[in-house]
Design a protein around this ligand. Structure first.
Ligand code: SD4
Length: 331
């Protein structure tokens, strides 16, 4: 088994060297590769994303990363897979609606040079992440919301569609019978997709996209499109993205905090843990109703994650393959 793994690594390295991608340094070859976090040697490219659906998103991102592509293109392409999937009921097309039956989407994107773009409360568009990228690249602004975001998307040629699938509509109608607003922890074991990547040239990028809390008030915006809350990237330090109850992530400016902690010398996992601790400390009286999870990656390719409640997992794809890892939890 171990020799198969080494054989796979070796052939991956030879293959990627031909593509001009920086291979693992020699020490990695003989070592057992740590699944938990923080490998001691630099490795790139690498991509991380939240929840189980991150596995298929990572596959798509890897197509770009393994060809020496830009991390920004990889993360956008990766999350688009989940946005377009009607079976994924917490992101994009088929996402659960707000309490008025409207599917409103939040997304943001960021590269290694602090370029940012974001949309919030965007309706009728399959790929909010691509609209966020257009905001970044084609406007003097960083964030568009609601009707303005839709108007911009249509001007940019994005097709207008109905995002409410029969399954989500039925669930909303069922919810209406009680109309009880109570966010659930670890909905169907997946939630927002946040993705962060380090490409072969050492460039970091990230993005985050969601339909937000199911049956939220119309106009509610979570952490996912808020740069510094649901996502942050500093090309000299690292990147982080978040999932879970957005209000709690915004309260502590979560992902900016994680990146700043890495700047102070914490490993990615230590930084995520400390950010989770801050949520825990202030919200102990209601902590059983709260889930927040962070994933983080630094410029050396070390990665880690942490969450409040057990049940959060994340997908990692590097030269040794694509796998799902359970994050450590505070409770
Ligand atoms: C948000 N973090 O909007 C996102 C996704 C979510 O339960 O709904 N989490 O708060």
């Amino acid at each position: 088994m171990a020799s198969n793994r080494r054989g796979f690594l070796k052939s991956s390295i030879l293959g990627t060297a031909a593509l001009g991608i920086t291979p693992f340094v020699k020490e990695t070859m003989g070592a057992t590769f740590s699944e938990s976090s923080s490998p001691l040697v630099q490795q790139k490219p690498i991509v991380l994303s939240t929840w189980k659906f991150g596995l298929k998103a990572n596959e798509e991102a890897w197509k770009i990363l393994s060809k020496n592509g830009h991390a920004l293109d990889a993360v956008e392409a990766g999350v688009m897979v989940v946005e377009a999937d009607p079976e994924e009921r917490s992101v994009g097309y088929g996402g659960r609606p707000d309490r008025d039956g409207r599917v409103t989407l939040d997304a943001c994107i960021m590269d290694e040079n602090l370029n940012i773009g974001s949309v919030a409360c965007l309706e009728h568009i399959m790929h909010p992440i691509s609209v966020a990228r257009r905001v970044m690249e084609k406007t003097p602004h960083v964030m568009l919301v609601g009707d303005g975001a839709l108007q911009f998307a249509l001007e940019q040629g994005f097709p207008k569609i109905n995002l409410l699938t029969p399954e989500s509509e039925a669930e909303w109608k069922e919810w209406l019978t009680k109309s009880e607003y109570k966010p659930k922890v670890n909905i169907e074991n997946h939630d927002t997709i946040g993705m962060i990547a380090l490409d072969a040239q050492g460039r970091l990028s990230g993005c985050c996209t969601t339909s937000g809390m199911a049956f939220k008030m119309h106009g509610r915006v979570g952490d996912s499109p808020i740069i510094g809350a649901g996502l942050y990237v500093d090309g000299e330090i690292g990147a982080a993205t978040a999932t879970g109850h957005g209000e709690e992530v915004i309260r502590i400016a979560g992902c900016h905090l994680v990146v700043e902690l890495m700047r102070q010398g914490r490993t990615p996992e230590e930084a995520c843990k400390e950010a989770v601790e801050r949520v825990y400390k202030k919200q102990q009286h209601r902590i059983k109703d709260i889930q927040v999870g962070f994933i983080a990656l630094n410029t050396a390719g070390q990665f880690g994650a942490y969450c409040v409640q057990p049940g959060f997992n994340y997908a990692v794809h590097d030269l040794s393959g694509n796998r799902l890892i359970d994050a450590g939890s505070r409770i």
